[in-house]
Each structure stands twice: as structure tokens, then as C-alpha cells.
Write a protein that binds this ligand. Structure first.
Ligand SMILES: O=C(O)C(=O)C[C@]1(C(=O)O)C=C[C@@H](O)C=C1
Length: 269
């Protein structure tokens, strides 16, 4: 089974379905933390987690949760185009909308549209886009709207008041598929490594990764919570081999603490 940030109708559910199809049961969780806890409790084998969006940037809360659980491995990645719609009760009018609810990323992606079309609306952050839609249906108040996927309208019997709220039509969210299970890595893949230590030791590591065929695709710095100048970096790089990665990790493993978070293939939709 696969856990995802629920309820039914989230983008994470769509990503999970695109990755696993009918092969796995999809199980909604109230939060990403809860969806990862389901792996610890062996209730699910995999979890799908949003990690980055074109407009909203990295979802640090979620990346930190994945990194904090040292047994987790990234075994897959999906890039999913995100088109945001405004959902409300059937019969509701855009001019009557006073409150807009969504996941923080949904609000961030729609900020320009909201400023132009609903400048006075109160913005309320909830746990997911589908949770916002579910709440709109439950409240039965036509002045409350949700930013969510168009397909989510049908899940909660809502109407679409507006389409394409996202700032750009190249809006994409990146998801990781994570697991506690041991799984064979593909021969040539994208790699994610968690690197802890002083910042000045990192360029050497990145240089050697590049030399060995890994093209850097992302670099995140998170607080190590030890002292200023020390960080937990998450570096992602594509195109190298497992052997080359092992070599580079061995070379730099003295100056830095390096953990391979995963070797995985990327699917873009
Ligand atoms: O709320 C959802 O529908 C989610 O799946 C979460 C999430 C995210 O965390 O970025 C996923 C894709 C979109 O960028 C908006 C929200």
C-alpha cells in the first residue's frame, strides 16, 4: 500500500496513482508526517511526498521530514504539471467569495491571480488542497472557496469558478516516492545525498560529483542546528552511476558526513 497526503483529491494522490497505477492501494493520511509514520508502523510500503514547486519553491517542511528518518530511501521521482482552479458550492459567484482556503503551496502559486481577482479575500492555509475542498463542501457557505485541482470538484460536489490560477503555465510540482524497504537501484540514475558539515567542504564534493558524470540539479541547505556555518545540505544530481557515487562519497566521507538518500529514475508528465 502507498500513503499520501489526503484526503482524496490531492495532487499527491494523483502523483501516487501515476506512479503505481492500480497495482497498489492508496491510503490517505492527514499530514505528510502521518503518511511517513504509516511506513514506520509498516501499514504502508511506500509514501509519496511533494518536495518542490516551480513557484512556491522547495517544501522544506517535507524535505526535512524525509531527511530526519534515516531509514528512508528515495526510490522514484515524478514531475507533475499543476493547474489550480477555484472551487466553490454549486451556484456560488466569484463576486461573493470572501474566504479562500488551500495548502500553502496552492496559495503561493495563485498569489498574483488572487491579488487581481479577489484582493480582499481572507486567505486560510489548510493541510492540503483537497482538505480545503472538503471543508468548503462541509461548511455549505457560498462565500468560501478552495484552490485545488479541477478533478477535485467532482470528489466533493463543487463547481469550478475559475481556471488556471497558477502564476505560470509551466507550474510543476516534484514528488519523491520513499520507502523503508531495501530496493535495487537503477544502473544510471538521479542521486540525492544528505551532506552534513562545514559549508567550505561542499564545493570539492560537488566538483567531484560533476567530474564523475553527475550533473547537479538542486542544492538545498538546511540548518544543522549545531553552529553557524554548518549545514545539512541535500544535493541532487543526475546522470551518474552507483559505482561513481560510491567512489565520490568515499573520497569526501572524511571531511563531511555523507548519506546517500537514493538513486532513482525521474518521470515527467
Ligand atoms: O495539497 C495538495 O494537493 C498536495 O498534494 C500538496 C501540494 C504541495 O505540497 O506542494 C502538492 C502539489 C501542489 O503544489 C500543491 C500542494
Amino acid at each position: 500500500a502507498v500513503s499520501y497526503l489526503g484526503p482524496a483529491g490531492t495532487y499527491t494522490e494523483e502523483a501516487a496513482f501515476l506512479h503505481f497505477g492500480q497495482q497498489e492501494t492508496l491510503v490517505p493520511a492527514a499530514t505528510v508526517a502521518e503518511s511517513l509514520a504509516m511506513l514506520d508502523r509498516r501499514e504502508c510500503d511506500y509514501a509519496v511526498v511533494p518536495v518542490e514547486n516551480t513557484i512556491g519553491g522547495p517544501v522544506y517542511r517535507y524535505i526535512d521530514l524525509v531527511v530526519a528518518n534515516k531509514g528512508l530511501r528515495v526510490v522514484g521521482e515524478l514531475n507533475l504539471p499543476i493547474r489550480q482552479t477555484l472551487l466553490a458550492l454549486p451556484g456560488a459567484a466569484l463576486s461573493g467569495v470572501k474566504t479562500v482556503m488551500s495548502h500553502p503551496q496552492g496559495i503561493a502559486q495563485s498569489r498574483e491571480w488572487l491579488k487581481k481577482n479577489l484582493p480582499d479575500a481572507k486567505l486560510v492555509e489548510v493541510s492540503s488542497t483537497a482538505e480545503a475542498a472538503r471543508k468548503v463542501a462541509e461548511m455549505g457557505d457560498p462565500s468560501v472557496a478552495a484552490i485545488a485541482a479541477s478533478r477535485t470538484a467532482a470528489v466533493y460536489n463543487l463547481s469550478i469558478l475559475a481556471n488556471d490560477l497558477q502564476y505560470t503555465n509551466t507550474n510543476v510540482t516534484r514528488f519523491w516516492v520513499v520507502t523503508l524497504k531495501k530496493q535495487a537501484a537503477p544502473a544510471k540514475a538521479k542521486a540525492a545525498v544528505v551532506v552534513s558539515g562545514p559549508a567550505d567542504k561542499v564545493p570539492g564534493l560537488l566538483y567531484d560529483l560533476g567530474r564523475k558524470g553527475f550533473k547537479l540539479t538542486a542544492l538545498h541547505d538546511r540548518p544543522a542546528k549545531t553552529r553557524l556555518g554548518e549545514y545539512v545540505f541535500v544535493a541532487e544530481a543526475a546522470g551518474g552511476s552507483a559505482d561513481a557515487l560510491e567512489e565520490v562519497v568515499a573520497k569526501h566521507g572524511g571531511a563531511l558526513e555523507i548519506r546517500v538518500l537514493g538513486l532513482y529514475e525521474t518521470k515527467s508528465f
